[in-house]
Design a protein around this ligand. Structure first.
Ligand code: URA
Length: 257
């Protein structure tokens, strides 16, 4: 999204990896530190090693040469089904988003928006590391909307009070968790909540704190991107207008920080 390749000037190795692959900053740094990256045939362990000129054309990641041209930045929506883990690789579970991406031929892509293994719904896939960062980092407070089914329908008389408590903030394990707003809808009733932050198991913890166990958790929106009628397991590229809007949204977040 932002072009930070200054002709002739060195840049940091991890930034180059990030830029050419769409991996997160942390993942790019981890891969370098783990000895997975070489430049001109030499393994380089320092993520901050300067790189320029011909060196840019001689970088390999896990033995594969990195493309020199920047791929066209793209954004896809993915409906993560229940049972798939948000991890690139997991020795204990082959059922990971990383494996889905590899099997679908998504080279250099990563995702924004973690979901628990037993949660489902929208992940945003992109080969643009800046966009993924803007959608992921807590600093940017990108809104997320969830549909939440609990072990018993909420008492209608108490529903308003429940959301008021969640809006005011609930302290759990030393963290204050809160929603922006919420409502119940449908039959049987389920909750629709909008959150501005992204803490671990946040929705489950919020509902548990008001005596409701989450049975099904479905994310339907991240920032301007909606799940719409995507089916579990489906991956679909945003249309051009939605893609441009998402890049503009991310740019605004990054520039404001
Ligand atoms: N909140 C949760 O509890 N789990 C998720 O996967 C996402 C938000």
């Amino acid at each position: 999204m932002t072009d930070d390749t200054r002709n002739g000037e060195p840049q940091k190795l991890f930034r180059w990896i990030q830029r050419q692959t769409g991996l997160s900053r942390r993942k790019a740094q981890e891969l370098i530190a783990a000895g997975e990256v070489s430049v001109g045939g030499q393994v380089v362990h320092d993520p901050y090693a300067p790189i320029e000129g011909e060196g840019l054309e001689q970088v390999t990641l896990r033995g594969h040469p990195l493309p020199v041209d920047r791929p066209e930045p793209r954004i896809y929506r993915y409906y993560k089904p229940v049972g798939v883990l948000c991890s690139h690789d997991d020795p204990h579970s082959g059922n990971t988003v990383g494996r889905v991406l590899r099997s679908e031929g998504f080279v250099g892509y990563t995702w924004a928006g973690r979901l628990d293994r037993d949660a489902e719904g929208l992940l945003v896939l992109s080969n643009d590391g800046d966009l993924v960062n803007a959608f992921t980092h807590p600093r940017y407070e990108v809104e997320k909307v969830y549909r939440v089914w609990t072990h018993r329908p909420p008492d209608p008389a108490k529903a308003k009070g429940i959301f008021e408590r969640m809006r005011a903030g609930i302290v759990d394990e030393g963290e204050t968790l809160r929603i922006l707003d919420g409502r119940f809808e449908g039959r049987p009733a389920h909750a629709v909540v909008r959150l501005g932050e992204g803490r671990k198991h946040e929705v489950k913890r919020l509902f548990r704190s008001v005596g409701l166990d989450v049975r099904r958790l479905l994310r339907v929106r991240i920032g301007p991107i909606e799940l719409h009628d995507l089916k579990p397991g489906e991956i679909l590229r945003l249309d051009s207008a939605a893609e441009q809007a998402a890049f503009a949204f991310a740019r605004k977040r990054l520039e404001a920080s």
